[in-house]
Design a protein around this ligand. Structure first.
Ligand SMILES: [Zn+2]
Ligand SMILES: [Zn+2]
Length: 338
């Protein structure tokens, strides 16, 4: 048997460790992927720090995967060996439950959890995935450059295209980081009037270069007041990891505005009077399914949306993870696997 190399989490809170394993055989409806690159995402902390109930160890994290389909198990239709594929957070869907039949595959009743959390992910040379989780990846896309589009990209693109704003309307991207630097690019190319909001002025030149039309320093002035001065936001894409910061900007929504929450920050306190007076909403958004990833990749390719990455070899996944968690990376961290 051929061996694979994986960076495993031996137990909650333990450091990642290199392990050699037998290359796994795909079960029914599964495929095996030879991994080319895998992004390191803040959500990997769920697995590495043990932040989700019911986690089983050892576990291989990683849900921003690009690779090549190498083998298919029984019952897999429509996917051939050699196909370029990607896998994100979405772990697949059964196709026959009530949610799937209603077009809500993301909420499948039978396949739950997430890639790299409830099943092994892409911090490895090989991984298995449910065929229904796959996205087709254009041949010209570089794996290392594009891997973050499978989570940070799809999460921002898919939320923005469902945020209710039309061309020319004010859309604020709250947080210029791993998610935000992609959100600004997508929002500008979707035709919105893009307002980048971040602490301090350091990132203003970059935000403008990525496509922001306006910039608000949230430490210099109340960001909600500043947004209202621009007419109020039709949508705010909240990418920050801090509930207080999210609460502080919610008042910047305009009429029919929507706060799109894509950063997990626990409980939020929102002024209900402000919401009803503006007919405004607070909405969460699931990153998306395989076809959403495909749309993200194609849109990024057509409109030159690029993730800014720091690249590490697979074996340095622990250092890569620590770099990502430090908040200092510019902006995503990616493991080069082959
Ligand atoms: Zn992620
Ligand atoms: Zn289902």
């Amino acid at each position: 048997m051929t061996k694979m190399r994986a960076m495993i989490v031996p137990a909650a809170g333990a450091k990642l460790r290199l392990e050699e394993r037998e290359v796994p055989q795909p079960g029914p409806h599964e495929v095996r992927i030879r991994v080319q690159a895998c992004g390191v995402c803040h959500s990997d902390a769920a697995t590495i720090e043990g932040q989700m109930p019911g986690l089983k160890y050892p576990r291989i994290p990683g849900h921003e995967v690009i690779g090549v389909l190498e083998a298919a198990g029984s019952g897999v239709e429509g996917w051939q060996s050699g196909a370029r594929v990607g896998v994100g957070w979405f772990p697949g869907s059964c196709g026959y439950c009530s949610q799937c039949r209603h077009g809500n595959a993301f909420a499948c009743e039978n396949i739950q959890g997430a890639t790299g959390v409830s099943r092994d992910g892409g911090y490895a040379t090989h991984m298995l995935a449910h065929a229904s989780a796959l996205a087709r990846v254009p041949a010209q896309l570089d794996a290392v450059e594009s891997a973050p589009l499978l989570c940070a990209g799809i999460t921002t693109f898919n939320a923005l295209r469902h945020c209710g704003a039309g061309p020319g309307e004010v859309v604020a991207i709250h947080g210029v980081g791993g998610l935000g630097h992609l959100g600004i690019q997508f929002a500008a190319r979707l035709g919105f009037r893009v307002v980048a909001v971040n602490r301090g002025r350091d990132k203003e030149p970059l935000a403008r270069q990525l496509g922001a039309h306006e910039y608000i320093d949230s430490t210099a002035a109340d960001p909600a007041t500043a947004l209202r001065a621009l007419g109020g936001a039709r949508a705010i894409l909240a990418t920050v990891t801090n509930a207080a910061a999210m609460q502080a900007i919610a008042g910047g929504l305009g009429a029919n505005g929507t706060l799109m929450v894509i950063g997990a920050v626990g409980a939020l306190t929102i002024d209900s009077l402000d919401l009803l007076r503006k007919r405004a909403a607070v909405k969460g958004w699931y990153s998306g399914v395989g076809t959403d990833s495909e749309d993200t990749l194609r849109f990024s390719q057509a409109h030159q949306v690029k993730s800014m990455n720091e690249v590490y070899p697979l074996e340095q996944a622990q250092a890569a993870y620590e770099r990502m968690m430090s908040g200092q990376a510019r902006f995503r961290v990616v493991l080069r696997v082959e």
